[in-house]
Each structure stands twice: as C-alpha cells, then as structure tokens.
Design a protein around this ligand. Structure first.
Ligand SMILES: CC(C)(COP(=O)(O)OP(=O)(O)OC[C@H]1O[C@@H](n2cnc3c(N)ncnc32)[C@H](O)[C@@H]1OP(=O)(O)O)[C@@H](O)C(=O)NCCC(=O)NCCS
Length: 167
C-alpha cells in the first residue's frame, strides 16, 4: 500500500464537476490516442456503475485545488459474480513518480474488493511504466489486441488481476 505525501495532497471520490479537469490531464497524457473529451468524462463520472477517484492538491491561498491524477473502474455482472474493468488511470506528467499512481491503484483495488472479482484492463504494449505498475498489483498478461487504439493504431495487451487477489 502506498502513503500519499505531502500532507496537502488527498484522495477524493470524483463526480461530474471534475470532468473538465480530467479531460485536461487526459489531453496531455494521451495526445496521440484520441483522448477522452470533457463530454466523455461527464458520462463516465455520472455512471452509477463507475467509481472514479482522484489525487487532489490543495491550492495556495486564493488558488483552487488542483487535480493531479485520476483513475476509474467499472463494475460488471451481478452481485456475487462481479467483474471489473479499469477504464482509465493517469497522473499529470508534472506529478508522476510521487506515488500518486499507486495511491489511485490502491483505491481502485479496494473498490474491487468489496464484491471480489477479477479486474481486467488494456494497456499499450509500449507503455512500460503502466505495465510495471499493473504487474506490481498482480495483473497478468492475457492476450494482445491488434490496432486497439484508434488514434495511433497501437496494439494493446489485455491484462487480468485474478479474483483471488481481491479482498
Ligand atoms: C502509469 C502512471 C499512472 C503511473 O503513475 P505514477 O504516479 O508516476 O506512479 P507511482 O509513482 O505511484 O509508481 C507506481 C509504480 O508504477 C511503476 N512506474 C511508474 N513510473 C514508472 C517508470 N517511468 N518506469 C518504470 N516503472 C514505473 C513502478 O512499478 C512504480 O512502483 P515503484 O515506485 O515502487 O517503482 C503514469 O506513468 C501515467 O499517468 N502515465 C500516462 C498515462 C498512462 O499510461 N496510463 C495508463 C493507461 S493503460
């Protein structure tokens, strides 16, 4: 488990009011891969099946709080036979390597532990930082989706964290 440092940074559950801030980070991180626009985040953050969490840094006096990263997971299937899919996770480049990605993953995995089930995701085959992070959380390679990303045509690995690791 990771600990958020420094003290002016906190994890918050994200609702629709964070759609624009998420889209701004997404545009920076996924420029070549059809980043989700604000409207897509509005739908994601409004869906009752989704759980979104963010790392928020308290602003200086007079400044608003700053969203540094976000992650979202969706629950599929009936109670007792749940499956999950990580829809997205990203940390603004200025804030990477501070443990924020791990803090977001901890929160998403805790959400998936409430009604334990396998967790699935897709990740670009050349995204070494994200793959390393997912492997640390027990995700295993399952398969390859060719030309998965419409913007770049890049391939994706599918990965799964077995249900036994939940809870
Ligand atoms: C993947 C990402 C979310 C990690 O966020 P982060 O806040 O930098 O991650 P953390 O500092 O919490 O590190 C968590 C783990 O991720 C892995 N990791 C993160 N950056 C890494 C890098 N540059 N190289 C290798 N491993 C890396 C490590 O396993 C790390 O654990 P460690 O610190 O014990 O080595 C961030 O790199 C990112 O936003 N990337 C762009 C968006 C993206 O690719 N999202 C995933 C789409 S599937």
């Amino acid at each position: 488990m990771s600990q958020l440092e420094p003290a002016d940074v906190k994890l918050v559950r994200l609702g629709p009011s964070y759609a624009a801030a998420c889209a701004a980070i997404e545009a920076e991180l996924f420029a070549g891969d059809d980043p989700w626009p604000e409207a897509a985040f509005l739908a994601e953050l409004s869906s009752p099946n989704n759980y979104y969490v963010g790392v928020v840094k308290r602003g200086e006096a007079g400044d608003g709080d700053e969203l540094c990263g976000y992650g979202g997971i969706t629950k599929l299937g009936p109670a007792g036979a749940a499956e999950y899919e990580i829809h997205t996770i990203g940390v603004a480049s200025a804030w990477q390597r501070h443990g924020f990605g791990a803090a977001l993953m901890d929160a998403l995995m805790a959400a998936a532990a409430e009604d334990p089930g396998p967790v699935f995701l897709e990740v670009r085959t050349d995204n070494e930082p994200a793959i390393a992070m997912y492997e640390k959380y027990g995700f295993e390679h399952m398969g390859l989706r060719k030309n998965y990303y419409p913007g770049s045509g890049a391939d994706a690995f599918t990965m799964c964290r077995p249900a036994e690791l939940a809870g």
